[in-house]
Design a binder for this molecule. Structure first.
Ligand code: AKG
Length: 280
């Protein structure tokens, strides 16, 4: 649930205030998990009959240290238009009883509804089973792209493969926005990713201590973006502007398996207020 996933610094009511609560003085020795590279080409093998995901160039601030540049990625065309519409339909049916909430108590998110998904069995009988199977196949392909992109084979924290949490679906209505936040440090691991559906939305990543290190991308429908490792912990992410048409994201996160540098930090984000709703 987002309450566990979002770490919402009490002071982070706006873009600029977040830096005030940024983790300070990381004291852990850098572990291999924070040094992994993303050299693999996740677009190299698109299974027959599936779209070939295209890497979308990410614009970096010129002075952004190089290690961060491999810790964010964006791919368009990861699912077909039919798969897109199928997932939108399933997400909306899963969310149909959840009202849109206008503002979370800390005002970080508004105009949203959400659900953690343990299965995609929507409908009855065989149809439900088919829906589940088809959705899983699509989402497994997204996970495979992510695993390639984050260099899962080289990662000390994912020996034997990435341990994914159940997907989380998040719908923003036409006015919905998400303010800058770092996901809760221990409710999930070092990978945060989203498959975007419905309409294009700007996503903004900003370093918690160096606001000039800002990365913005436009998450088009059927695109997949991720942030991992240091960039997952050191940068906030936000959906700062309403799309005007609404948006659904299917969020992928891995399990938290061990200490993070944030947990070792004194005064870090781990003591921040968590969101009180269920965004993941
Ligand atoms: O919808 C997105 O792309 C981001 C959602 C988000 O900020 C989150 O789930 O932590």
């Amino acid at each position: 649930m987002l309450s566990q996933i979002f770490s919402r610094p009490a002071a982070a009511r706006s873009w600029t205030s977040l830096a005030a609560r940024a983790p300070t003085g990381y004291t852990c020795a850098p572990s291999r998990r924070h040094q992994s590279s993303t050299n693999a080409d996740p677009t190299a093998q698109a299974p027959a009959g599936h779209p070939k995901p295209e890497p979308v160039p990410v614009a970096f601030p010129p002075d952004l240290p190089s290690h961060y540049r491999a810790q964010i990625g964006h791919f368009r065309n990861v699912i077909t238009p039919a798969e897109h519409d199928f997932l939108v339909d399933l997400c909306r049916r899963k969310l149909k009883r959840a009202p849109f909430l206008n503002a979370h108590f800390d005002k970080v998110i508004s105009g949203y509804r959400e659900q953690s998904v343990s299965h995609w069995r929507v409908g009855v009988g065989e149809i439900a089973e088919e829906n589940d199977k088809r959705a899983r196949a699509i989402l497994d392909r997204c996970r495979a792209i992510l695993a390639e992109a984050v260099g899962s084979k080289d990662r000390a924290d994912h020996v034997g493969g990435i341990q994914w949490l159940p997907e989380h679906i998040l719908e923003l209505n036409a006015d919905g926005t998400i303010g800058a936040h770092v996901d809760h440090l221990t409710a999930s691991g070092s990978i945060v990713a989203a498959l975007s559906l419905v309409s294009p939305t700007p996503i903004v990543f900003q370093h918690t201590k160096r606001p000039g290190w800002t990365i913005e991308l436009t998450a088009e429908p059927s695109s997949l973006y991720f942030q991992c490792d240091d960039l997952r912990y050191d940068f906030t992410h936000a959906v700062p502007k309403p799309s005007g048409q609404g948006r659904i994201s299917v969020m992928f996160r891995d399990k938290h398996l061990g200490p993070t540098k944030g947990e070792c930090a004194s005064g870090g984000m781990s003591d921040s207020a968590s969101m009180g709703s269920s965004l993941s």
